[in-house]
Design a protein around this ligand. Structure first.
Ligand SMILES: C[S@@+](CC[C@H](N)C(=O)[O-])C[C@H]1O[C@@H](n2cnc3c(N)ncnc32)[C@H](O)[C@@H]1O
Ligand SMILES: [Zn+2]
Length: 287
């Protein structure tokens, strides 16, 4: 008999409950009756029907809503990020090769496609944990990708015990390096992906006459203040946009959030043949 998503997830949580701590009182937490996580002080967190658990102490509304994550899933499912994912898979594989049961956490995982793709290439015993503050992202991830622990939580105060994680992924999302160092095992790695100057340049040209989004400080410098043995690699290519993908591409990126409907219609009617992906992977080891 096929297990429900909730039951599958309850079993996963049961096997990995030692990774967690209560987001309210920091005490240990355990899976009870295949339906809720309960801490030593009786704070309880129910599993949703699709198996994710909400461990954010307060409800948050973010600009990342359901339609944005649907658009993101459509774009990411088109092969748009395949070369990036290949690179990330090989970085992760090199690090976890000799680890018996590696634990990988995606902090700011959105709708979960990247973590699912990377986790599926790892050894079967690997534990995947996806975390995002946007409930809609985690709900979509848990629906699409069972076999991974999905939770709603703030990456600045994550509901995990110290030194439990082998690899933290952080793709196009905010970071909290103090928290990342707390969670990583000795020798554990952070793999962060940041946009480079050409990232989605065709969209910036269409909406903002190509003005680059300027970061105030260099993300590599900031990263290097917190991690050892930092290496970076730029990943640049053009992706031929299949018919129908421009609308979800426009919808999924914060770049176009301030654009008016009229301009969006104009850009859609002109169309776009290809789009530039220009990213940097930054890898470092826990200090
Ligand atoms: C641009 S999206 C990237 C999502 C995914 N990594 C991807 O590449 O498709 C940024 C993500 O960061 C999440 N995020 C922002 N602040 C966060 C926080 N404090 N804690 C957890 N997630 C956060 C958002 O909800 C959103 O899903
Ligand atoms: Zn508690």
């Amino acid at each position: 008999m096929k297990l429900s998503k909730k039951m599958q997830s309850a079993q996963l949580l049961d096997m990995n409950e030692e990774l967690f701590k209560c987001p309210i009182c920091s005490s240990g937490i355990e899976m009870v009756d295949h339906k809720q996580l309960v801490c030593n002080n009786m704070h309880t967190f129910d599993l949703a029907k699709t198996g994710y658990v909400n461990l954010a102490p307060q409800a948050h509304t973010t600009k990342y809503d359901r339609s944005l994550f649907e658009a993101r899933a459509e774009v990411m499912g088109s092969g748009f990020f395949s070369p990036v994912l290949d690179k990330l898979c090989s970085i992760v594989a090199d690090h976890v090769e000799s680890i018996k049961q590696p634990v990988i956490l995606d902090a700011g995982c959105g709708e979960g496609t990247h973590l699912s793709a990377i986790h599926s290439q790892m050894k079967p015993e690997s534990v995947g944990i996806g975390l995002d503050l946007a409930k809609e992202g985690i709900a979509a991830a848990s629906k699409a990708y069972p076999g991974i622990i999905w939770n709603v939580a703030d990456l600045a105060a994550m509901p995990f015990q110290d030194a439990q994680i082998d690899v933290i992924l952080n793709v196009l999302s905010p970071a909290n390096y103090g928290e990342f160092n707390r969670l990583l095992k000795q020798g554990g790695k952070v793999v962060k992906v940041v946009p480079e100057t050409g990232y989605l340049q065709e969209l910036r040209e269409a909406f903002y006459e190509g003005k680059p989004q300027k970061e105030e400080t260099d993300p590599v410098d900031r990263f290097s203040e917190h991690f050892e043995d930092v290496e970076t690699e730029r990943i640049t290519y053009k992706f031929a946009l299949p018919e129908g993908l421009l609308a979800p591409l426009i919808r999924m990126t914060p770049l176009t959030w301030n654009a008016g409907d009229e301009r969006v219609r104009e850009v859609l009617s002109v169309g776009m043949n290809e789009i530039t992906i220009d990213l940097r992977a930054i890898v470092g080891t826990r200090r």
